[in-house]
Structures are given as structure tokens and as C-alpha cells.
Design a binder for this molecule. Structure first.
Ligand code: LMR
Length: 397
């Protein structure tokens, strides 16, 4: 019956994480998956989220189905977090937000909606992008192409080439943009570069699809929403998928949202309606628990500043690991420039290591990187950063 079902080669990120779990070597280091580990190598339970959970569990009653678009308190808290408390677009009723099953759920719902209402539109993703972007959007039936992004010669951004590609894109092309902490490279646009994109998007009538999975890990919670707020102020119509996996350490709760900024409130009503239909066709409605933790943290006068301080601490610990890695590698491999570890933002750095070098690191040293050379700096800690740097230095020599 199932002879025609091919073997699954595995996901490039999740398979590595599984292999790491099975590795019995005591000195193994996981810098593969995008998860924040604390300085003891543990996934933190944030105190703000723990306190929110106590409250949510104490107050818990019956568990009816949520509406297709999710819980109202979660949705409005997300709008304020993304667009700011004073957003004209939100006040004008032009923004619709749906609670989704992780931001991956938001990408999928958005992709299905786009395939239905912009059937000719091509999805343009950065070269490179998160491995799963192509899979999700192709899974929605979309054609996925790339625009230039990462410059392997400098470890920075090919901004002019990116801009030229977008200037040449077809009307209503969907442009997937990482709002901050680009995955996998850690290379972000500057404020000026985001501003320079706006006239091109307007002129070509492009539709940005922002992915915001790492809010707070770049420069700050509000700072990392810069591009989203800019696009909203500039009157663009666009999509935003955001996640609380990393920012609240709620990975397994699959807690995210999809927001759509529309030209006017009447269009927003219809977009919300069709998004509900799309959600109904996919998973009917989202789960309750994780969204209520998020809503509680974001809206509670005590928990909110507590969470902001926790995010700052996680961000600063990553920055410290970046500096340590840079310093040890610069000393061990003189003549090679490792400054990209300092300039790249968020959890990830693109190391420039080849797939073969990554294989050696995994097999000989127990250091697990994605074979593209992507390294999750948040997997390093004061106890393993030196060993990681030594291993990398050994394969570079
Ligand atoms: C990653 O990029 O490693 C994370 O976003 C986890 C995932 O699902 O791939």
C-alpha cells in the first residue's frame, strides 16, 4: 500500500538536534537549533512566565474552544507589542491579528491566504533564509525564489544587490523579510536600509511578509520592532508572523501570531474573516494555555518589566558569548577576521565553515552546527565557549 512513500531524509535542523540528544559524549555542545540555553546549559523557565502560569492555572476554568482567530486578550497584547501602544494603524482598525500555532503556523496561514488571494505572486526569500521557509511556502503551493542577501566575502549584507532585485520584482511579489536577528546569518538591515526599502516596496507594489521570531534578542524589544512600526507608519500593507518561543522560552507551547496591516478597516474585516476560514481549514482554532501565559506577562504591570529585564539578560549573555568566541578565535587563528561574531545580531552567526568542517566538528569534537555553517551562539556558555572555539580553530588550521 505504501511502497511509493519515499524515505524522509530528515529536517536539517531538527535532525541534528535529535542526533545531539543521542550523543553520549560528555563534552558535546549544541549550537545547532535556535534555542536559548542559559549559562548552565539549560532552557530557562523565565520567572515572569512562571508567575504568569501560577495565576493562569489558579484562575483556570472550563476549556471551551477558542475562536478561530484566538483569544482576544492575547491578540490585542500582541498588537501593542509589535506596533507600539500608540499605533495609528491599530487605532484605525487596520490591523488584524490571529493567534497561531507558533509563528510557523502564522507563516502557513499567511501562505495559504496569499496563495488564494494572490495566486500569481511569487515568494521572494533572502539568500539564505531559515531552512523551513521554502518548505512552508512551497507547501502552500507558492513558487519560492531568492533575492541576494548575505555577502560571504564580508560576512555582511549585499544591500545594493538586494535593492536592485526588489526593484526588478513583479508587482505583488511577496518579500519575506526577517524583522531582526536574521536566521541563519545574524546579518540585519540598518535603520537607514529599512527606510530605503520603503519607496521600492511602494513603487513595485510589493507585499512584505515579516518574520519576527527573535524579538528582544537584537537590540531590544521595541528596537527590534523598528521595521514593523516603520512600514505601518508608511502606510504599507503587509504581514507579520511573530513568535514567543524564544522571547518567553515557550518553545513547546507553540505560541505565535500572524498580523496583517491593511489599507483600511473595511478591508481588515474581510481579511480577518478569510483568515478565520483559513485557520478553520488547517487546525480549527489555537490552543489556550500558552497564549494566556503570554497575555498575562504582556499585560501585567509587575510581570511586564520583569520579562523585559529577563530578555535583556538573555540578549546580553549572547553578546558576551560573541565577544568570548571572537577573542579566543582571534588569538588562536591569527590573520583571520572574526569580527562578524561581533557585528551579527541575535542568536545566530554564519561562520563560513563548510559542510565538511561542520561534519568534522560534530564527529571529532561533539560540536553540533547546522551544515550551512550556522551557529547558535545561545548554545554557548562560560563552561563550553573555550572548547567550542578550540574545536573551530582546529578545523580552520
Ligand atoms: C531554528 O532555526 O533552529 C529554530 O527556529 C527552530 C526550528 O524550528 O528550526
Amino acid at each position: 500500500m505504501f511502497q511509493h512513500v519515499e524515505a524522509y531524509p530528515g529536517d536539517p535542523i531538527l535532525s541534528l538536534n535529535e542526533a545531539f540528544g543521542k550523543d553520549t559524549r560528555p563534552g558535546k555542545i549544541n549550537v545547532s537549533i535556535g534555542i536559548y540555553f542559559d549559562d548552565n546549559g539549560k532552557i530557562p523557565m523565565l520567572p515572569s512566565v512562571r508567575a504568569a502560569e501560577h495565576k493562569v492555572v489558579n484562575d483556570a476554568g472550563a476549556r471551551p474552544y477558542l475562536p478561530m482567530e484566538g483569544a482576544a486578550n492575547f491578540r490585542s497584547a500582541v498588537q501593542q507589542l509589535l506596533f507600539g501602544t500608540d499605533s495609528a494603524a491599530v487605532k484605525e482598525g487596520r490591523v488584524v491579528t490571529m493567534q497561531t500555532v507558533g509563528s510557523s503556523g502564522g507563516l502557513k496561514i499567511g501562505g495559504d491566504f496569499i496563495k488564494r488571494y494572490f495566486p500569481q505572486s511569487v515568494m521572494l526569500v533572502s539568500d539564505p533564509t531559515w531552512d523551513n521557509h521554502r518548505a512552508v511556502f512551497e507547501g502552500c503551493g507558492m513558487t519560492v525564489k531568492t533575492y541576494p542577501y548575505y555577502d560571504s566575502a564580508t560576512g555582511g549584507l549585499k544591500f545594493e544587490a538586494m535593492l536592485e532585485a526588489l526593484k526588478a520584482a513583479d508587482k505583488h511579489s511577496i518579500v519575506l523579510l526577517h524583522a531582526c536577528c536574521h536566521n541563519p546569518t545574524g546579518v540585519d538591515l540598518s535603520k537607514e536600509q529599512w527606510q530605503a526599502l520603503v519607496p521600492v516596496i511602494k513603487e513595485r507594489e510589493l507585499i512584505p511578509f515579516m518574520d519576527l521570531a527573535y524579538q528582544g534578542y537584537g537590540d531590544g524589544i521595541d528596537e527590534d520592532a523598528f521595521a514593523i512600526r516603520l512600514f505601518a507608519e508608511q502606510g504599507l500593507s503587509f504581514f507579520v508572523a511573530n513568535s514567543f518561543s524564544k522571547s518567553m522560552s515557550l518553545y513547546g507551547e507553540r505560541c505565535g501570531a500572524l498580523s496583517v496591516v491593511c489599507p483600511d478597516a473595511a478591508q481588515a474585516v474581510n481579511v480577518l474573516g478569510q483568515m478565520k476560514a483559513t485557520i478553520r481549514r488547517n487546525y480549527s482554532n489555537p490552543p489556550i494555555h500558552g497564549g494566556q501565559l503570554v497575555a498575562q506577562v504582556l499585560s501585567d504591570a509587575t510581570l511586564r518589566p520583569m520579562w523585559e529585564a529577563e530578555v535583556k539578560e538573555m540578549r546580553e549573555r549572547i553578546q558576551l558569548m560573541r565577544r568570548k568566541l571572537h577573542d579566543v578565535l582571534s588569538a588562536k587563528v591569527p590573520g583571520r577576521d572574526f569580527s562578524y561574531f561581533l557585528t551579527q545580531r541575535g542568536m545566530f552567526s554564519y561562520t563560513g565553515l563548510s559542510a565538511e568542517q561542520c561534519d568534522r566538528l560534530r564527529e571529532e569534537f561533539g560540536l553540533y552546527l547546522v551544515r550551512s555553517g550556522r551557529m547558535c551562539i545561545a548554545g554557548l556558555n562560560s563552561g563550553n565557549v573555550e572548547a567550542a572555539a578550540n574545536a573551530i580553530a582546529a578545523v580552520l588550521k
